[in-house]
Design a protein around this ligand. Structure first.
Ligand code: PLP
Length: 360
């Protein structure tokens, strides 16, 4: 029996993924040229299915990257001339600021405690900053950035670009794309696919900004400049030879999620999050890292253990269940449990029963 992965990513494969991967091999998807019609059809299906699943408006481009890390670099290169503003409330959010400073931008950082969510008043974006970056679901701390606050930031600063790290949130969190300019994700989290593919969604404002910077003679990258990526994407093409198998599998899994229905997926996530939350609250040796339920992620639960976390992690491993350790400096004192669309209600009920029964 293979283990069930509740790790925050890479994680359990979406339950239909294996069949799609086998079909891809049978149908020559892994051998076909990325310049041929078969690939164009795959890219188109991927973009169309994601647009429908995530309610992405038509004037947003669906672009292919290697992963979320690449999107950090691309967004800074293509959308920032000199100054960027970052809401840093955890390790992934802070990485965006780091990339911007590595690319020699002047960064303005709203540094919050790990897991912190700012008030609108705390968010004071300087005149010069061209972009505001936000991590929707901090996979390191389990903090969920409120969608309503994103809308308020948009109202307060309509002329700034808003960039969202959607990695462990989408397609579960219903992002309103009309309130943001760009969002990116890697597929090995909530989509439950093998790692090695990122999706970068960007609107016309991002594109105009990149064209503007290029016209000023600024460097906007090499093989992945936004204007060229968009031009190619209109023809369902990429500059490089992309992860065709990954794009194919994402297209298929997005289609399966559409068939299931995003409402049904979200209802299941809510149920699984609720039973896990109750189990944590009722357990004398466990507690939530994010105390305010309104700011607590439903897709990645970060739980403090009053004992050495490896005791529980190893106990579950013996039962063929894998959960995550804490992230970064919290590695020995937290556990992290993913609640993604691939995790069934029955699997989560089983995990919750095992956790409830475990005492040190
Ligand atoms: C995992 C993760 C990333 C990094 O994804 P890569 O695939 O390693 O590039 C970025 N942001 C968040 C919120 C993540 O969970």
């Amino acid at each position: 029996m293979s283990d069930i992965y509740f790790t925050p990513g890479p994680t359990a494969l979406y339950f239909t993924a294996e069949e799609h991967i086998k079909n891809a091999i049978r149908n020559g998807v892994v051998s076909t040229s990325h310049r041929g019609q078969q690939f164009k059809d795959i890219y188109k299906a991927c973009a169309d299915n994601l647009k429908e699943l995530m309610n992405i408006p038509d004037n947003y481009h669906v672009l292919i990257t290697s992963s979320a890390n690449e999107a950090w670099e691309r967004i800074i290169q293509n959308c920032v001339r000199s100054d960027s503003y970052h809401i840093s409330n955890g390790p992934f959010a802070a990485r965006f600021e780091k990339v911007a400073s590595q690319l020699q931008k002047r960064t303005h950082d709203l540094k919050l405690a790990d897991g912190g969510i700012p008030s609108l008043e705390q968010i004071d974006v300087p005149e010069k900053a061209e972009i505001v970056t936000i991590c929707l679901n901090e996979s390191g701390t389990g903090a969920a950035f409120p969608l309503a606050l994103i809308n308020q930031i948009r109202e307060k600063y309509p002329e700034k670009l808003i960039a969202i790290d959607g990695v462990s949130a989408v397609p579960v969190t219903p992002v309103d794309f009309t309130k943001i300019d760009t969002l990116y994700f890697s597929v090995q989290k909530a989509f439950g696919l093998p790692a090695g593919l990122g999706i970068w969604i960007a609107n016309e404002r991002c594109l105009s900004k990149a064209v503007e910077l290029a016209n000023e003679g600024l460097m906007i990258g090499s093989y992945h400049q936004l204007p060229e990526m968009v031009e190619k994407a209109m023809e369902y093409q990429t500059t490089e030879t992309p992860n065709i198998l990954g794009i194919y599998t994402l297209a298929k899994v997005a289609e399966d999620m559409l068939t299931k229905g995003v409402t049904a997926i979200r209802r299941e996530i809510d149920y699984k999050a609720a039973i896990l939350n109750i189990a944590v609250e009722e357990h004398p040796q466990l507690s939530h890292f994010i105390e305010n339920p309104a700011y607590r992620s439903k897709t990645v639960s970060v739980i403090k253990t009053s004992f050495e976390n490896s005791k529980l992690i190893n106990h579950l491993k013996e039962k063929h269940i894998q959960i995550g350790t804490g992230y970064g400096k919290y590695k020995p004192e937290h556990i992290r449990i993913a609640n993604f669309p691939t995790h069934s209600k029955e699997q989560m009920e089983m995990l919750v029963d095992m956790i409830s029964a475990f005492k040190v």
